[in-house]
Write a protein that binds this ligand. Sequence first.
Ligand SMILES: [Zn+2]
Ligand SMILES: [Zn+2]
Length: 342
Amino acid sequence: MQAARLEDGTLEIQDVPTPEPGHEEARIRISAAGVCHSDLHIVRGDWVGVPTSGVIGHEAIGIVEALGPGAERYAAVGDRVILGLGGTGGGYWCGACEYCMRGEPRHCAQTQGIMGTFAEQFCVWAKSLVKLPDTVGDEEAPLACGGLTAYGAVKKLLKHHIQPGRSVAIIGAAGGLGHYAVQIAKAFGYRVVGVDIGAERLKFVESLGAQVAVEAEDALEVVQSEGNGVDACIVFSARMAGFNLGLKLLRPGGLFVAVGLPATSEGNIELNPFEFFFKDPTLIYSAVGNVQDMRELVEMAAAGQVKSHIGRVGALSELGTIFDELEAGKYVGRAVVTDLGS
Ligand SMILES: [Zn+2]
Ligand SMILES: [Zn+2]
């Protein structure tokens, strides 16, 4: 079967043996695999410490075609499923530790990631699979990371007592994650201030239902003209400028949710202690989501409340070109690979 692999920082499409499902694993025939910005960061070596060799891809939709011992308790051959859980949402978790018990399997000492969905066939722990209704098409594969990550971030607003009706700034609102967050935050009942760059992107943000769509350079003025700042901001930008803007837009006592992961070369978040004292923000990070979050998001997609904006569709053999186009900003929204056998 065909699969993408990173060899010392070089992307290759290789012919590899069909994997056999192990204990509690299911083998999936992949029908569509999403291209995530983090795949690009890994391929380009942007994140110091992340290996430059190995399989890539962590968002997919496919059909269960074989089960390893014990997996029949969680999946059946023929099930249509969404898989990936954002790569780090749980390719395995112990289920009994402090983190697992509170729904954060990403921090479980036994956690394993899910990586390698740019392949015709892929084996994955069956407990991490979420069944898909037929009304959710294969083009929704990016829900498995882009959608899930946005959902996890918006859900944290409730956990931190930001009530529906309050204002939320979404920095990078037209992007691969931001466009989900606008739809999800709107469905949750928040007042969405979508921040991005360029008229075309802002028009897109408006079409998704944001109450305000504003250029990054005008955002502070617009937000201040309406009051003393937003109740929360969710930063999807992979630039430190987006993080700094998010902090500026917050009202005193507001919630700052970081999601974007800028390249190591972008430097650190800087916060002056006096600004910290006056603004007194709650700073949190939100990464991916767990299997229950994935189920809830699939329900929202089935109800038509959230939809992936697909800007590019291609075959596995085009993956390298798709990464170049993503880097150059040649398409808006997400890319999906639908022909894995080429
Ligand atoms: Zn991802
Ligand atoms: Zn655990």
